[in-house]
Ligand binder design. Structure first.
Ligand SMILES: [Fe+2]
Length: 390
């Protein structure tokens, strides 16, 4: 077995660590393109705080507000053009996964004269390190602050795919759990559900290593035991801190171990039905676990043992249970958690019909996430998994 591991150059974590933003960015440049989403960072006060801190550190800010959920090629190309025009020498992403991924892609491409489309349509690779990139998450979910891919969409071609590369890793991931306190219960549940899915998928991934296992297991424990509390009482700083750390650790695990079938299916479902990424991940997770823990395949025993460990990590007493039973308890627990977080939805509620399943399954087949799933899935098996969630 061999593996390698990469993460952000520097990770700054802790309550009120946003204060470090000035010092961290001033090391990297003098003029930041600050990218954020469609208003939540402004409403919560995080945007004003960030700009004041940057200003005090002598960093000039060009603001790009309004990154949409599932950021498009057009957004990234427009913001990269702005960065070139204004002579920005670094990019700061402040927000959820979409704002951070858009900022990450802009940092990646802005030094080169090509639109982001080129990196998809041709075999062009990112030629080198882009602009310095600082990621500041305001949700606890995607782990995008430490991943080396940016999920972008092209509505014209109904495409949602990652721009990927080692050069996309952030120079600084600045994770302040205090920024997540303003999330609504709905956003807390969906983003936390994504983080838990990422932790569990990277734990059982075909590419898991001892290092990603260490991170993923910690993440499962932190998120599995605190997400419900963060949902019920958003002001509970202990719960917020735990879920925020769990999300960070899951991001570090997934960018090295990759994910699984749920993430393979989440992209076409997101593109075709506009489903929120976190919701669709949480919704599908227990069906994927039920599928993976059955059947005979090369990693079956390891996967069952790992799912049994997931039960323990989430605080269930499975002493003396055979792995398969403990693994089933873990799956049942995820179903229950989804009910408690109001994530136990059906795909049919969002307009998905039986007739859509073949296309959704076919579109997920080429995904790298699917290839990392420990139990292989055929077109028919993917359709069956979706059918159970319909
Ligand atoms: Fe995800």
């Amino acid at each position: 077995m061999s593996w390698d591991f990469m993460t952000a150059t520097r990770i700054v974590y802790g309550l009120d660590s946003l204060k470090r933003l000035g010092q961290e960015t001033a090391r990297l440049g003098r003029h930041a393109l600050l990218m954020t989403g469609q208003g939540s960072a402004r409403r919560s006060g995080a945007l004003d705080q960030a700009t004041a801190i940057l200003d005090a550190a002598g960093v000039t800010v060009t603001l790009y507000e309004g990154v949409e959920p599932d950021p498009t090629f057009a957004t990234v190309n427009g913001a990269a053009e702005l960065a070139r025009r204004e002579d920005c020498d670094m990019v700061v992403g402040l927000g959820g996964g979409s704002a951070m991924d858009a900022a990450k892609a802009v940092a990646g491409i802005a030094r080169w004269p090509y639109p982001v489309d080129d990196y998809y349509d041709t075999d062009r690779m990112l030629p080198g390190k882009g602009l310095p990139f600082v990621a500041v998450p305001t949700t606890a979910g995607t782990g995008a602050e430490v991943t080396k891919n940016a999920v972008l969409s092209d509505p014209v071609r109904a495409l949602k795919q990652s721009l990927r590369g080692d050069y996309l890793l952030a120079d600084v991931a600045l994770v302040d759990p205090a920024l997540t306190v303003s999330m609504s219960p709905e956003v807390t549940a969906a983003t936390g559900g994504d983080a838990l899915t990422q932790a569990i998928e990277s734990y059982v991934s075909k590419n898991a290593s001892p290092l990603t296992d260490a991170l993923a297991t910690q993440a499962i424990q932190l998120i599995g035991r605190h997400l419900k509390r963060a949902y019920q009482d958003g002001a509970d700083i202990k719960a917020r801190t735990a879920v925020s750390l769990g999300s960070l650790l899951a991001g570090m695990a997934l960018t090295n171990a990759r994910l699984g079938a749920v993430h393979g299916l989440a992209h076409p479902l997101g593109v075709r039905f506009g489903l929120s990424h976190g919701l669709v991940c949480a919704l599908l997770l227990p069906y994927e676990m039920a599928y993976n823990l059955r059947g005979e395949y090369p990693l079956a025993e390891v996967t069952r043992r790992k799912y049994a460990h997931v039960a323990e990590l989430m605080g269930l007493d499975v002493t003396g249970c055979p792995d398969i039973m403990a693994a089933e308890r873990a799956t049942d627990y995820i179903f229950k958690l989804n009910r408690e977080l109001d994530l136990d939805r059906r795909l049919s509620e969002f307009g998905v019909t039986e007739a859509d399943l073949p296309t959704l399954a076919a579109e997920s087949l080429p995904s790298g996430s699917l290839k990392a799933n420990p139990r292989p899935l055929t077109q028919e098996e993917l359709e069956e998994l979706l059918h159970r969630a319909l």
